[in-house]
Design a binder for this molecule. Structure first.
Ligand SMILES: C[S@@+](CC[C@H](N)C(=O)[O-])C[C@H]1O[C@@H](n2cnc3c(N)ncnc32)[C@H](O)[C@@H]1O
Length: 332
């Protein structure tokens, strides 16, 4: 990496990238639309307008609202040829036109990761036809961040209902309950098990994933910032919630239910592997598991799925979907 680089974004996604793919010391300053943010990783946070009279070789954008940032940067006259979009509610293949430039700034390996991402434009009227009146659980804000994942979930729920697939529902890896709230809305008549430490990752697992280059310290730190109350506040059908706080799979001991839908979102190889090993045999025929981050830079997730298939000699019925974090849908 060479030249003057500014980094647009100071949130959770930035934590995934910084120091793993992009060394913090290489960054001149951060950019954020929130004028109250003054400092991030001991560097200055500037507003987008501050960039107007600065010289820069690249601006790396790391937020989900890439399309809006593209438009904002264009409006204030920033040099879009120097912009690299890492995430977003738009097709990165279209927006990052010059991949040799991307490669020059972030290196060959990470340029390939970025190029692989197939984000789509969020739910516009063109996609509106897919909305089913009686399964419209979703808020507009979530649709903006991960239209494909949520709409796929909506369609899967429709299948489960149509075929009357029996079983409870669960999420392992809840964090602040962003996705869990939709599971709870979609299944008001079923128990929703919520598995999480609600205190971040297991220390040993996090250390080993970091050592293998699969995540950064900032990423690990970011997931400590949650609590059970903030999750419960989001739930419409509180009577169905069963909180299982602690390290999974130990936290699942003694449960004898079968399942119709499970979301596995624990990010790291060992936990995801344990999740498949625990839940797959307990899934009803016709049930679904979503494995978040399967096609993403969290490389342990795909390894966990491969490992389960090799160890059990069982090929899972897999449909990888092109949502923001490369979810894998498994049907039983
Ligand atoms: C990416 S976050 C989950 C995001 C969440 N699904 C959402 O909708 O925002 C990953 C979560 O998995 C939890 N986690 C990871 N491994 C775990 C394990 N073995 N047992 C319990 N919780 C775990 C972490 O504490 C963290 O909150």
């Amino acid at each position: 990496m060479a030249g003057k680089i500014y980094f647009w974004g100071t949130g959770r996604l930035a934590g995934k990238i910084l120091d793993r793919w992009i060394p913090i010391e290489r960054i001149e300053a951060f950019i954020d639309n929130n004028p109250n943010k003054k400092e991030y990783f001991s560097k200055k946070v500037l507003t987008p307008e501050d960039l107007i009279d600065k010289e820069y070789d690249a601006v790396i954008v790391c937020t989900l609202g890439s399309k809006e940032i593209y438009n904002q940067a264009k409006k204030i006259g920033l040099d879009l040829d120097k912009f690299i979009f890492l995430y977003g509610n738009c097709c990165l293949k279209d927006i990052n036109e010059d991949y040799s430039f991307v490669e020059q700034i972030v290196g060959e390996k990470y340029a390939k990761v970025i190029e692989k991402r197939y984000h789509v434009v969020r739910g516009t009227e063109a996609y509106g036809v897919l909305c089913f009146e009686n399964t419209k659980y979703l808020s507009d804000s979530y649709m903006e961040t991960d239209y494909v994942r949520i709409k796929t979930f909506e369609l899967v729920v429709k299948e489960i209902r149509k075929k009357d697939i029996k079983g409870e529902v669960a999420e392992a890896g809840v964090f602040r309950g962003e996705f869990a709230q939709y599971i709870n809305k979609a299944f008001p008549d079923r128990k929703l098990y919520l598995f999480d430490t609600f205190d971040g990752f297991d220390v040993n697992e996090a250390v080993s994933e970091k050592k293998n280059g699969n995540c950064t310290e900032a990423f690990i730190e970011a997931y400590k910032d949650t609590n059970i109350m903030s999750v419960l506040e989001k739930m419409d059908n509180l009577d169905q919630i069963v909180v299982k706080q602690g390290f999974f799979p130990a936290s699942a001991e003694g449960i004898n239910d079968s399942f119709a839908f499970v979301s596995l979102d624990m990010d790291f190889e060992e936990s995801i592997y344990e999740g498949i090993k625990y839940f797959y045999p307990k899934m009803s025929e016709g049930g679904y598991i979503f494995i978040h981050d399967y096609n993403s830079s969290l490389l342990g997730v795909e390894k966990a799925v491969d490992r389960y298939e090799i160890e059990t000699g069982r090929g899972l019925k897999k449909v990888p979907i092109p949502d923001a974090n490369g979810t894998l849908v498994i049907s039983k």
